[in-house]
Design a protein around this ligand. Structure first.
Ligand code: GLU
Length: 316
């Protein structure tokens, strides 16, 4: 693996930040709406930074798989952008069905959706992600397979689904069903509600490690090109738009706080991982299962703040 000249400094920063952030996990609670998440060891902790030159800096449990959960929303959007761009164009396909504004409401809220006639605020909340999966059903013969293939390509190795999480999620979706049905009532879902939900839940149950998630985020820090393969994943303008949505909408109701504290496009998931893209520098992922009230990893938030400050990563 190549080592850039500032590797030793970055390795030291990662170790120091891990030491500082890890104990903060005790201030949070792990998600308990499904058993596989409720029973996770709250002391799991990992930081991975994947430089654009291929250097990887890691500390902690970076090779333990976790369900990517809401982080899947970023990559489902990427896949939909790829397909829509190649067909009728992203503006025509996507942005008339889902907005690009922060919601200021919980990720699974129904209230705004009713007022706004079934058009979700953005693709980083559940309603928006369901529209994205509806679009994928139009464009992919095998949306689940295509999603897993994209994640495997970006991770640089095959990834799969956590079957236990998949099964457990299947029994919990009453609110997501309500969201999907509400959107269908406004004609903003074109496929069967159950088919859309099944694909969404499948994407949430994809299991990846912190290291793989950091790699998968790199192309967003590299104008849309995966530095590992040189393949363009998205055009540069579209990659910038994904970054903008992550920055403004990617961390539940705390996107303002993350912009303030971290200053990077981030996306968090209920399993306690947060990805971040540092343009021109690296893809990052931090993982610590205990969450704060907004649903973001407590120790992960602090770790990203410290990394951003110490390595001068903020986009501002
Ligand atoms: N499977 C979860 C749900 O949609 C994902 C939640 C999350 O990570 O925010 O309810």
């Amino acid at each position: 693996m190549p080592r850039s000249p500032d590797s030793p400094q970055i390795d030291t920063v990662l170790r120091e930040v891990a030491e500082l952030a890890r104990p903060r996990a005790s201030a949070g609670e792990v998600a308990d709406y499904i058993e596989p998440l409720a029973s996770v060891d709250p002391d799991r902790f990992a930081i991975a930074a994947a430089d654009l030159d291929g250097t990887e800096h890691v500390v902690g449990d970076v090779d333990d798989p976790l369900p990517i959960q809401s982080i899947s929303k970023v990559f489902a959007l990427v896949l939909a952008m790829q397909r829509a761009d190649a067909a009728d164009g992203v503006a025509k396909e996507l942005w008339r069905r889902v907005g690009v504004e922060p919601s200021g409401d919980p990720f699974n809220s129904l209230v705004q959706l009713e007022h706004e006639r079934g058009i979700p605020r953005n693709p980083m909340i559940n309603a928006g992600a369901l529209v994205v999966h509806d679009v994928l059903l139009d464009h992919c013969d095998d949306p689940r397979g295509d999603f897993v293939a994209l994640m495997s390509e970006l991770a640089g190795e095959p990834v799969g689904v956590d079957e236990e999480v998949l099964e457990a999620e299947g029994g919990t979706g009453t609110r997501n069903h309500a969201i999907a049905n509400l959107m269908a009532s406004f004609d903003n879902l074109t496929h069967e509600v159950d088919a859309v939900l099944a694909d969404y839940v499948h994407a949430c149950a994809v299991a990846m490690t912190t290291r793989q998630l950091a790699r998968a985020t790199r192309f967003l820090a590299n104008d849309g090109v995966d530095p590992a393969s040189g393949r363009r994943i998205l055009s540069a303008p579209l990659a910038r738009r994904v970054g903008a949505l992550m920055l403004t909408c990617g961390t539940y109701d705390a996107a303002g706080e993350f912009a303030f504290d971290v200053g990077l496009p981030c996306k968090s998931g209920v399993a306690g991982a947060i990805i971040a893209a540092a343009p021109g520098r690296m893809g990052l992922c931090v993982w610590s299962p205990p969450l704060d009230e907004q649903g973001n990893s407590v120790a992960g938030h602090l770790a990203l703040h410290e990394l951003s400050e110490r390595l001068e990563l903020s986009v501002f």
